[in-house]
Design a protein around this ligand. Structure first.
Ligand SMILES: *[C@@H]1O[C@H](CO)[C@@H](O)[C@H](O)[C@H]1NC(C)=O
Ligand SMILES: *[C@@H]1O[C@H](CO)[C@@H](O)[C@H](O)[C@H]1NC(C)=O
Length: 148
């Protein structure tokens, strides 16, 4: 367990479930300057509402959610995640209709699942299937390589 925490700290990688911006957060008139960075995600204008890679770091969740178009956020700055990470919408797991097309995807788990070392993930047939797993926080194209 200690090893896991140390490894995550050294790599600066932190996995956490994603959080939806509430209506209240979206209409916040003012945010504090407190620095508790989050990776805010905007959904693509077209296409899926289940996941997106349009992301930017904000000083805190209030300023992320008060930004037009930001629908949800992951804890920590976007730099703490792989560059090509695409984040699952917090409600994507409610979606039960995925095609079975094979587009190998590596889904990375949030911190509800820990592994012996490194990032913790599983192979999925496609992105829709990855995000349907409620513990998957983000994914990358291709099969998992260094993930356990
Ligand atoms: C995912 O699939 C690849 C290729 O088949 C394999 O090398 C890897 O061990 C698998 N990873 C996991 C976490 O299942
Ligand atoms: C995503 O980025 C990681 C490292 O940041 C790299 O190992 C992996 O090959 C990349 N995957 C794709 C599909 O570009």
């Amino acid at each position: 367990m200690n090893k896991i925490l140390i490894a995550l700290t050294i790599l600066g990688l932190c996995a956490a479930a994603n959080f939806k911006c509430t209506a209240e957060m979206k209409t916040a008139k003012a945010c504090t300057m407190e620095y508790m960075p989050v990776c805010g995600v905007k959904m693509a204008e077209k296409g899926s509402s289940k996941y997106s890679s349009i992301k930017a770091t904000y000083g805190n969740k209030c300023s992320a959610c008060a930004t037009e178009g930001v629908e949800f956020y992951a804890v920590g700055s976007c730099d703490e995640y792989p560059k090509n990470a695409t984040f699952c919408h917090p409600e994507a797991h409610l979606n039960l209709a995925c095609t079975r097309e094979l587009f190998p995807t590596c889904g990375l788990y949030d911190n509800s699942i820990t592994c012996d070392k490194g990032l913790c993930g599983s192979n999925f047939s496609n992105k829709c299937m990855a995000c349907t797993n409620e513990h998957v926080s983000y994914f990358m194209a291709g099969y998992c390589k260094n993930q356990k």
